[in-house]
Design a protein around this ligand. Structure first.
Ligand SMILES: *Cc1c(COP(=O)(O)O)cnc(C)c1O
Length: 365
């Protein structure tokens, strides 16, 4: 281990709050605010110096001060998480938040960054959410998006793991992820670019993966498509992910999703969909899905639904697929029955509007 494992347990969180007359204006209509463009008044941060996390504090949202030689800016040692808080009926709810901090540590290990104490991180997040409770919107379809981030900050131009890090959590009130809201998206199959390869960093939520995907996204947009469907990097044959979401395909009575092969992100929404559909008695399998099987299945009517899933969009129905200069329509371009059911069920559980038999929801009290 390069860094001290779990270098700190609990520490005091210093509170430095903005005076009430300096608070920001909240967006007038959260459902019309573009995703991730507004930030709350405060943030949490702590630093890793000399092999220890220290200086935990909740303070006004502010610009970072970084040395231009900070290692994250050159060699990409940066990881993050994405989660949401809901405010309904006077309660603030999180969805399986411990999973996000465990995954942050898995990303940290892959990128040779220090781990955080997951219990401490969750208590820091709850404390921040209590300070910012007015920022958790309560309208149906809205939530507070949470972005925990860790970056290597040591000033050094030699390629090596940073000895210094900054961990912070920022908050952004959001409406639906797609401008269209919950309606079918058009996806573009990239035959030219790949997202990640086994042995690489595709299973980590690390910055470079998203930079690597931008060019294919621009090409998709050129033909009017909003998301990229990624194929495996070796054979360009098997489905991996769609944009920043995991993918599911329904073939008649079977619901299938690609296995976690090392190049795919292990989505918490993916895991929740697997649990929900298994409990519904669905024949749900993690297996390789070839693009030929999907195209043939669309032609024969065997592919009845397809959707992406992830924290930001939750469930995104796929209405059409662009492959080798041809567009294939799925579910007549509509939202399938199972897709709609899963969206309603998941958003219902997350927002506390439906029963949560799994104990997934954690209240901020
Ligand atoms: C974050 C992310 C997902 C979805 O993960 P959730 O835990 O469901 O939010 C899927 N794929 C990629 C590439 C991601 O970055």
């Amino acid at each position: 281990m390069y860094h001290t494992k779990n270098a700190v347990g609990y520490m005091n969180i210093k509170m430095n709050l903005t005076s009430s007359d300096n608070l920001k204006q909240k967006p007038a209509d959260i459902l019309k605010t573009p995703f991730g463009t507004v930030f709350s008044d405060h943030m949490f941060s702590m630093e890793y110096l000399g092999g220890q996390w220290k200086g935990a504090s909740i303070h006004p949202y502010r610009d970072l001060s970084l040395n231009p030689a900070a290692l994250c800016l050159h060699y990409g040692q940066g990881i993050f998480e994405g989660m949401k808080a809901y405010h309904r009926g006077g309660r603030t709810l999180l969805f399986r938040p411990e999973r996000n901090f465990i995954r942050l540590n898995e990303s940290a290990t892959r990128m040779v960054m220090p781990e955080i104490d997951t219990d401490f991180a969750l208590s820091a997040l709850k404390k921040l959410l209590k300070v910012e409770s007015d920022w958790v919107p309560d309208v149906h379809g809205s939530s507070l998006y949470i972005r925990p981030t860790m970056i290597g900050t040591e000033a050094r131009l030699g390629v090596k793991p940073s000895d210094e890090y900054l961990f912070y959590i920022i908050l952004s009130p959001v409406g639906p992820y797609f401008r269209e809201g919950f309606s079918p998206v058009k996806i573009f199959l990239s035959t030219e670019h790949v997202r990640a390869v086994k042995g690489g960093v595709g299973a980590a939520k690390t910055m470079g993966n998203y930079a690597a995907g931008l060019l294919a996204g621009v090409k998709a947009a050129d033909v009017g498509h909003s998301q990229v469907l990624w194929m495996d990097a070796l054979e360009h044959k098997y489905l991996e992910e769609v944009g920043t979401m995991n993918i599911f395909v329904k073939f008649d009575d079977e619901l299938a999703t690609p296995p976690l092969s090392g190049s795919i992100l292990s989505g918490i929404t993916r895991d929740s969909v697997l649990t929900l559909t298994k409990d519904m008695g669905f024949n749900v399998v993690e297996r390789k899905i070839s693009i030929d099987e999907v195209i043939e299945g669309i032609a024969s009517g065997k592919v009845t639904e397809m959707f992406g899933c992830g924290t930001a969009a939750i469930i995104a129905p796929v209405g059409s697929l662009w492959f080798k200069n041809k567009s294939y329509t799925i579910s007549d371009g509509n939202t399938g029955e199972l897709t709609q059911h899963l969206f309603d069920e998941l958003t219902g559980i997350q927002s506390g509007e439906r029963e949560d038999p799994y104990g997934w929801v954690v209240e901020v009290d």
